[in-house]
Every structure is written in C-alpha cells, then in structure tokens.
Design a protein around this ligand. Structure first.
Ligand SMILES: *Cc1c(COP(=O)(O)O)cnc(C)c1O
Length: 425
C-alpha cells in the first residue's frame, strides 16, 4: 500500500516531512504513518536571517510559524570566564535559559521549556486549534501556562499531585488555564493517561511532546543563538536529558546551520547527561542498542526515580529508537551519554553558583557535572569550543523581582479513568 501523500496547500515558508522516508505531512502532524519516524521541518530559507526582535522571535525564519512571536523570552549565550578558569577551559560558552536580567536572560518561567511553548502555541493557533492538553510534572506545564496568556487557546494541564508546588507563575494566572491535579497516590504515568483520555475528546489536541516540530525547533534556538554568538557551531554541546528532546533539537539546528554554510562543516558532538540511577538511554547506548529494553535498562522504574536528584529528568518513554530520535542524533554527531550521581550533581551546582554567581535548577546541575566529568576524562580539549546548555536557572533571582502566584487546580481526580465530559463545558 502506498503512503498517503499530503496534497493540501503547502506553506511556502516550511514543509514537514518524515526523516526516515521523506513523505510530506501537513502542519500539526506528529509522526509518520509509515515508519513512526519523527517529522522534521524543512525551511524555505536556507540561510539564517535574524529578525530585529527581542527574544526568540529573532529566529523566526527557522520556526514553524507564520506570525511574529512576541516574547522577551529567548536563548542567551555568553562566554564564561569564572567556570572556564575553574575547569581550565579557554572557549567555554554558556547558554543560560532562565532569568538573569543582568546578562540579558528573560525567561520568566526559568527553564528552556518556555522556548518550546511559544512556537507550539503560535503554531496551534495558526492551525485553528482552540483547546490543548498536556501532562507535565513541572517545567513544561509552567512554561505553557505562562505563554498561553497571549493566545486564544484553552489549556488543560494535568499534573501528578507531587507536581503542584511547581505550578507557580510570575504573574496572575489567566482564565484560559485549567489545571487538573491527580491525587497524591497517582504518579506521572497516571497524569499522562488522563491527558490521553482528554486528548481523545473532540476538539482537543495533544501538544505532542518530542514529536511536535514546533517544540523541537523552539528548543533548537539555543544552538542557533550559540552559533551566532560564537561565529560558528561549537565543537561540543552539553545538556542534561530526561527525554532527550533538547538533544535532538540541538542536532537538528546544527544540521540547518551546516546547510547554511557560514557556521562550519562539523556537527557539534552531543554530550547528554542522565541522572543516576534512572538512566535508560545511558544503559541502551552503552550496550550499543537502538532499542530500550525495559527489564534491562530500567528495572523497577518507580524505585529508581524516587532516588533521583533531579526527578524532572525521569522519562519512561524517551524518543530514543525511532528514525530521527536520540539514538540517531548521537550516532550522527559521534556523541556520548553520561551517568551523573546525586553527589556529582550537588557539587557541580555549588561550583557553578559560586563561580558564575547565579542559581541554577537541579537538572541543569546534572549538565554541569557532565562537563566536569568530560574535562577530567580528557574527552574535550582545553581549547575546544564548548556550549554548556544551562537548561534552567534564576528562580532565586526571579523572586527578588517578582511575586509568584500559584495556579489553583480546577479539578482533582484520584484515577485517570474518570468521566471527563463535564470538564470541557
Ligand atoms: C525538561 C528539562 C530537561 C531535559 O530536557 P530534554 O531534552 O527534554 O530531555 C533538562 N533541564 C530542565 C530544566 C528541564 O526542564
């Protein structure tokens, strides 16, 4: 049987196609019906032309949206002196994704998840969708809740009970945010299940996670900003991962930069950090496997996740195996995966905050620990051009300037199998 070829009106700015087989899909599609591969955006403009806008709107040419994105939030790259000196590095750049106004960083929800939220919501609105559902244990929910204030979209967020305390915003929550909390005995998988049930209702769309090109291209602006700041692509990219979506995004951005021609020919090596003891991709990658085998790579997941330092980095179904996923990204960039312990992350957090002078979130500390390890092992040269993605930070700094509002749940459920019809009235 031949594949259904998309024959609708194609957007002149970009098309979306399967990485595995090249079939084209309409905007908003989430995966290839033939091989399950990730879809990727192909932009009409091969050269990155920067728009004179604050925040991530600068990179509009390579975001899958038509209208301008108006937000102060955007990636910010600076050359490190203090941490660089500490580690003996001469070309260390930091991509700081959080709040640090003195350095020009204005992500008010303090993580790079916000770089996914703006283009995703803009893209949804342009496609005529008005209701969006997502499950999140924290940073993604906060990012979307903050960004959705600018859009005519009703946002349904399902959080596990433990995620409620992370549901703050730097402004009063708008009426289009609908927070649904699961009981204390429910975990993230229950939240995902309920979100799936809600997504099956007519008129509601799921945000799609790693499969959504708007999310990945939004995160990819970290690499774009770094290349523009450094004048070329870095040799190395360091990031803590849970799903690895940010790693895929960095790889895809570097493929575009390579095709542009002005930013170098060699793709940055991906150095991706998982937080022990829950590290399924680390386990599979070190055994040379494209497939994650649950019994081998993540036995007793609940117990392992409970022992993590940065539980935001737990993801039981990462986009690792499929065409265009983390395995392919690592292979294509000659990359590697590291396991980081609690004490390594704690030490790295203290070191970073002490020398760079800004607070960072736990997952970002896992990323710093990976860089420390790579330097110790001689994996990177002292003068190598390095990009360290600080995926979140500045929460303490934000509290000096803003009062935080907590989002109140509209509903509480103790099981994902509840009648949800009345929810959407
Ligand atoms: C989500 C998140 C990560 C992990 O990102 P992925 O690339 O999606 O695995 C790292 N740090 C922070 C702060 C996050 O919120």
């Amino acid at each position: 049987m031949s594949a259904p070829q998309f024959t609708g009106k194609t957007n002149v700015k970009y098309t979306i196609e399967c990485i595995g087989c090249g079939i084209q899909y309409p905007p908003n599609s989430l995966s290839c019906s033939q091989d399950g591969g990730l879809l990727r955006t192909q932009y009409a403009s091969r050269h990155l032309h920067l728009h004179d806008l604050p925040g991530m709107g600068k990179f509009l040419d390579w975001l899958p949206v038509s209208a301008i994105i108006h937000t102060q939030a955007g990636p910010m790259t600076y050359k490190s002196t203090a941490l660089a000196r500490e580690l003996g590095l001469t070309n260390l750049y930091i991509g700081f994704n959080g709040y640090w106004p003195e350095q020009g960083a204005h992500i008010l929800t303090c993580s790079f998840k916000e770089l996914e939220a703006h283009p995703t919501l803009q893209q949804m609105q342009e496609s005529g969708h008005t209701k969006l559902v997502l499950a999140s244990a924290g940073n993604t929910a906060r990012a979307f809740a903050h960004a959705v204030g600018e859009y005519d979209i009703e946002l349904y967020i399902v959080v596990p009970g433990s995620g409620l305390q992370k549901m703050w915003l730097p402004q009063e929550p708008t009426d289009n945010i609908h927070l649904i909390s699961m009981g204390a005995n429910c975990d993230y998988s229950d939240a995902i299940k309920l979100a799936d049930n809600i997504a099956a209702m007519p008129g509601i769309v799921p945000e799609g996670g790693a499969r959504n090109v708007a999310r990945r291209d939004g995160m990819g602006t970290v690499m774009l900003d770094a290349a523009v700041t450094m004048g070329r692509m870095p040799d190395h990219y360091f990031q803590a991962i849970g799903s690895g979506t940010g790693g895929i995004a960095a790889w895809e951005a570097s493929l575009r930069l390579r095709a542009d021609g002005r930013f170098g020919k060699t793709l940055p090596r991906l150095h991706l950090m998982q937080n022990l003891p829950f590290a399924p991709m680390l386990s599979a990658w070190h055994q040379g496997r494209r497939e994650i085998v649950e019994e081998v790579d993540m036995p007793q997941p609940k117990r392992l996740i409970d022992r993590m330092y940065a539980d935001v980095l737990s993801n039981r179904h990462p986009p690792y195996s499929m065409p265009g996923g983390v395995y392919d990204a690592l292979t294509d960039t000659n990359g590697g995966v590291y396991g980081i312990s609690r004490s390594e992350a704690e030490q790295a957090k203290a070191l970073f905050e002490d020398v760079e002078g800004i607070d960072i979130v736990a997952p970002a500390a896992v990323g710093v620990a990976g860089l420390v390890k790579a330097v110790e092992n001689g994996t990177v040269k002292k003068d190598g051009l390095i990009l360290l993605n600080i995926t979140g930070g500045g929460v303490d700094r934000l509290k000096e300037d803003y009062s935080l509002y907590s989002i109140q749940p509209e509903f509480r459920f103790d099981s994902p199998d509840v009648n949800i019809e009345h929810l959407l009235q």
